[in-house]
Ligand binder design. Sequence first.
Ligand code: AMP
Length: 399
Amino acid sequence: MKLDFKDQKVLIRVDFNVPLDAAYKITDDTRIRAALPTIRKVLKGGGAVIIMSHLGRPLKKLNEDGSINKEKFTLNHLTSHLSKKLRKKVQFCEETVGRKASAAVKALKAGEILLLENTRFNEGETKGDEALAKKMAKLGDLYINDAFGTAHRNHASTAAVAKFFKTGKKSFGLLMDAEIKNANRVLNNPDRPLTAIVGGAKVSDKILLLEQLIDFADHIIVGGGMAYTFMRALGGKTGNSLVEEDRIELAKKLLDKASKTGATIHLPVDSVIADKFDAKAKREIKPSKRIKKGWMGLDIGTQARKDFSKIIKSSKTILWNGPMGVFEMKPFANGTKTIAKAVAAATKKGAFSLIGGGDSVAAINQLDLADQVSYVSTGGGAMLEFLEGKELPGIAAMK
Ligand code: AMP
């Protein structure tokens, strides 16, 4: 962020897509807190701040009469919280672009903050509409993209808008810089051994990541629901465990490729199995390849925890994406918990650890270990795509 903010109107795209409860109270403000350093820096530099963000998917959840549910999706739900965090009044404008937005921007002075209405109230936003982007661009002298969580979207406010600012008039924010730097620390010349821990529900969501990892990781630990598709690829019996039948062949190919190239794939030798998908289900620990009829694997077993922890603790770079089991239910959270502790222990010993977004972030927060790992990403899908080697539109547009 090497721009001169003095007396400039600075349009900042952040990702304030935070979860709200039924009374529209923010239940997790991580994404808001993550954007504060950039906002503060602009204010300190003598600029006026204009904030743009989306919240939810308002055009996918219209009212019965086809109108936008403004009550539910307005960004105004965030105004007072943001104000408190910045210890400064935040003004709100009920438009993203338009006459009211232009007037509010015109009246905005250095040191003041204006929050614009949900970018996704505008039809052109998710289409990356250039006309809408041009209107957005007119609001600021400078543009900052700090919305890492939305960087994989080719939208008007995240990508198209950047084209209307010349080099020297646009920049990534501090959060965006940190996300890119930390992801690159895993991708470019990482200290080895490099271990990737991949979990979560489905192989299909993480195929590209796995394919990418086989070529550059030393160890790939597979846990969570996706491990059972691999177990089937090995000829195992998996009962009612989550299996993607149409991905078994792919799992075979990945195992085959891994056996020939650098990365070693580690699967959980045992699992916590349950007789139903329920916190109160009967539980047993059994080999992951021999799960009884009607039962399902919902967490990695005790031996798998030991095996995985040993590999993690001897790693120099660790990437973690996806929980090891159904961690939302306490009886099936122990695998994820043990792995989180192993990642924290390795970090303490000097390893670099990146928690790559989504549910593994929820898990690490739930365990209060976020400050014991090297970096916790704010972007689930965006981080996944970055690590898959894709160029994210929000990043590409700044070049
Ligand atoms: P993902 O979004 O792909 O990272 O998946 C996260 C979800 O996977 C969480 O909601 C977990 O409860 C779920 N999950 C993890 N392990 C299992 C499992 N063994 N069976 C079913 N779901 C699982």
